[in-house]
Design a protein around this ligand. Structure first.
Ligand code: PEP
Ligand code: CO
Length: 450
């Protein structure tokens, strides 16, 4: 088989010669390698043509022709791999995208943080409770959240369980899309009671009636229902943190003469694993997928330019996405430097704003939350900074759920710190609930209306 000499001896396991941060310590490395070998023989979850198609969409998003909506849980759990959850997540992404398409007057590419978002970086390797110290919980694909030594011992079998859950999730998503989920396309079926609680109610009502009118018009002229004219494709994305998992489903496709990570379409590198000489950068440089890197406070011009050189040496359009997450109070200070570092290299990148991870705070009782107004504030500032520098913000990256949780404060119903306890379900970062997520979409749609 011809495997063209590739990028200075890169291969799917070459990352193992580098230092990998945020990895679990497996007690039985042979068992781990057996799982990697098993997984490498199982069928892929995605295909190279879907991955290339997403890269082409990203190339357009870079040029301002389409907008990217990326959203989902901070961490998926195996227990929440249920039909209700998957339907709710698709529903919110689809409804948000329709609102944005109508307001922005351009296509929206939907990317779920789903079907593989099972591994989390942690600020400490261990957790101590009542004098007992155990490894930190790193996500369902690595260990279990219970506080016993056996729960917290990394278990390689969970990698296979994660692959299976990801596969079930994608399978159901694909079936729902093929079935057209017609009712979700029509605002008359949406849950919009909350709109009346907002001070922007009349603006939101206008947006909704524009959507209804546009759908009616489209259906009248085409003689077909919207879902028959528009396939609501959704792509999958997760943080490519657990390198054994990523490696196992990385395949060389002879016809394309490239390696693809076939666990997902769009893997990204977290802020905590983006060291230039680290294992994650080594792994990501060799795959052909469109890839993302989170950048936040602490990222320097040199570091960013180094990342661009290593991850996109050919300056390929659609290949590299920079997901910036500075926080509402810092974005105007730090983003211009990042944009000018990219401009100075003439680098083609897609810019996406993650208004979540720079805006996490704790309430007085220690509950992790984010304020709706800071999330909106960071998005607004990001649009402004990009506009003023002749750059283009091509998407948003959100942590959201289709359910009515109470994890972020604010929004139309004015959730307060005291409301958070009512339905706080996330074990990791606080997510926008259904209404708050829809409101973000309306604000983006409203902002871009001429
Ligand atoms: C995340 O996206 O959940 C995350 C951990 O983000 P970051 O790497 O930006 O901190
Ligand atoms: Co998160």
């Amino acid at each position: 088989m011809s495997r063209r000499a590739h990028k200075n001896d890169w291969h799917p396991a070459s990352w193992r010669s580098k230092e990998a941060s945020q990895q679990a310590s497996y007690p039985d490395l042979e068992a781990l390698d057996r799982v990697v070998a098993d997984l490498s023989r199982l069928p892929p979850l995605t295909t190279s043509w879907e991955i290339d198609e997403l890269k082409a969409h990203f190339a357009k998003a870079q040029r301002g022709e389409v907008f990217v909506l990326q959203g989902g849980d901070c961490a998926e759990t195996f227990a929440e791999c249920t039909s209700e959850n998957i339907v709710a997540k698709l529903k919110i992404l689809l409804q948000m995208s329709l609102v944005m398409i109508c307001g922005m007057k351009k296509p929206v590419v939907r990317v779920g943080r789903m079907a593989g978002q099972y591994a989390k970086p942690r600020s400490a390797d261990t957790e101590t409770r009542d004098g007992v110290t155990l490894p930190s919980f790193r996500g369902d694909i690595i260990n279990r959240s219970g506080f016993t030594a056996s729960d917290r011992t990394p278990d390689p079998q969970l990698i296979l369980r994660g692959y299976e859950r990801a596969s079930m999730t994608l399978n159901f998503v694909r079936s729902l899309i093929d079935g057209g989920f017609a009712d979700l396309h029509h605002p008359e079926y949406w849950d919009l009671d909350w709109v009346g609680h907002s001070s922007a109610a009349s603006e939101y009502h206008n947006i909704m009636s524009t959507i209804s009118d546009s759908l009616d018009f489209l259906e009248t002229v085409s003689g077909r229902q919207f879902h028959q004219t528009q396939r609501a494709d959704i792509y999958a994305a997760h943080e490519g943190l657990h390198l054994h998992y990523e490696q196992a489903q990385t395949r060389y496709l002879d016809r394309r003469e490239q390696w693809y990570n076939l666990t997902t379409h769009f893997p990204w590198i977290g802020m905590r694993t983006a060291q230039l000489d680290g294992a994650h950068i080594e792994y990501f440089r060799g795959i052909a997928n469109p890839i993302g890197v989170k950048i936040g406070q602490g990222m320097t011009r040199d570091w960013l330019q180094g990342l661009i050189e290593v991850l996109n040496p050919d300056n390929e359009p659609g290949r590299l996405t920079l997901i910036h997450r500075f926080g509402a109070n810092s974005v105007e200070e730090h983003l211009p430097d990042m944009i000018s570092a990219v401009k100075d290299m003439d680098a083609k990148v897609l810019w996406i704003c993650d208004p979540m991870h720079g805006n996490t705070e704790s309430t007085s009782d220690g509950t992790k939350t984010r304020r709706f107004e800071n999330i909106i504030g960071e998005i607004e500032s990001a649009f402004k900074v990009h506009d003023s520098m002749g750059s283009y913000l091509g998407g948003v990256h959100l942590e959201l759920t289709g359910e009515n949780v109470t994890e972020c404060t604010g929004g139309a119903r004015g959730l307060t710190d005291a409301d958070l306890a009512k339905a706080y379900k996330s074990t990791v970062d606080p997510r926008l609930n259904y209404e708050q997520a829809m409101e973000v979409a309306m604000r983006i749609a409203g902002r871009n209306k001429a």
